[in-house]
Design a protein. Structure first.
Length: 277
């Protein structure tokens, strides 16, 4: 069993490529429904400089409905098993279900990306600890099917920060090592336009929790709301938001577009030098 640590190469910004094994993903080019198509996209992302690959079989786009554990296992596990034997970058699995997480870790995944921050199923933290895996704890208000209907916060930054602080406490109680957890404020997950912009603007405050901050802004609807473009035309907006995220302290960028995002961030970091947070 290989122990995972987010501290490896932590001095640099790292990039997580998104691969969706479902027809229901909001961005068409991230959908891969066969072993060959997953492998092709994985190889492209790795060649473009991906540090991690994040695979999911259940859509969490706004309005999506959950699928059964059996369906999720059937879609996900054979592909992870195949991929883990052929690539060197760590595989992350986008799931909040402990049984899916455990089966994925057994066949070679190294990170669990839990959109509920390990706060829906207490067993999740135990699974992560048992397999010495990494975990990304994300904030979400509500669930994907209804989360965008009417999200309400008194203070979105402080409430999300408190939620993620609780996720860190859960990880500590389960004996997940401090270098094995990253946090994600969950842009677009139970947040309206104002909430999303406020979180990105104040992203530096999450660094106070002393964990690597991951941000996922790639091609999301808040960018479409600004530019008036569908997901397929939101690359430039995604790059702008990703650069701001890095300048505000994000250490991991989850993106559909590895090469373009890496290049944009590289230029921004070269200009800013030590002035980045």
């Amino acid at each position: 069993m290989q122990r995972f640590s987010f501290s490896k190469d932590s001095a640099k910004t790292r990039f997580m490529g998104v691969i969706n094994i479902t027809k229901d993903s909001f961005y068409e080019k991230s959908r891969c429904l066969t072993q060959d198509s997953v492998m092709a996209l994985a190889e492209k992302m790795i060649n473009d400089g991906a540090d991690f690959l994040d695979l999911g079989a259940e859509s969490s786009r706004p309005g999506s409905m959950p699928i059964s554990e059996q369906e999720e296992l059937g879609k996900l596990i054979p592909i992870i098993d195949y991929l883990a034997k052929r690539i060197d970058v760590p595989i992350s699995v986008d799931t909040y279900k402990p049984i899916i997480a455990e089966e994925a870790l057994l066949v070679g995944a190294q990170i669990i990306n839990d959109i509920t921050g390990m706060q829906t199923y207490p067993e999740m933290a135990k699974v992560v600890s048992r397999y010495k895996a990494g975990v990304v704890a994300m904030h979400m208000q509500g669930d994907p099917s209804t989360m965008q209907e009417k999200p309400i916060y008194a203070n979105v930054v402080e409430e999300v920060k408190e939620f993620l602080s609780n996720s860190i406490k859960i990880s500590e109680k389960a004996n997940i090592d401090s270098d094995q957890i990253a946090i994600d404020p969950g842009i677009g997950f139970g947040k309206n336009q104002t909430h999303n912009l406020e979180l990105i603007k104040n992203l530096h405050k999450f660094s106070q929790l002393k964990k690597p901050v991951l941000i996922g802004v790639s091609r999301k609807s808040f960018i479409g709301n600004i530019l008036g473009f569908p997901a397929k035309d939101r690359l430039e907006g995604s790059l702008g938001a990703s650069v701001v995220g890095v300048l505000k302290g994000a250490k991991i960028i989850r993106t559909h577009d590895i090469k373009e995002t890496r290049n944009a961030v590289k230029v921004a970091e070269e200009i800013m030098g030590e002035d980045t947070i």
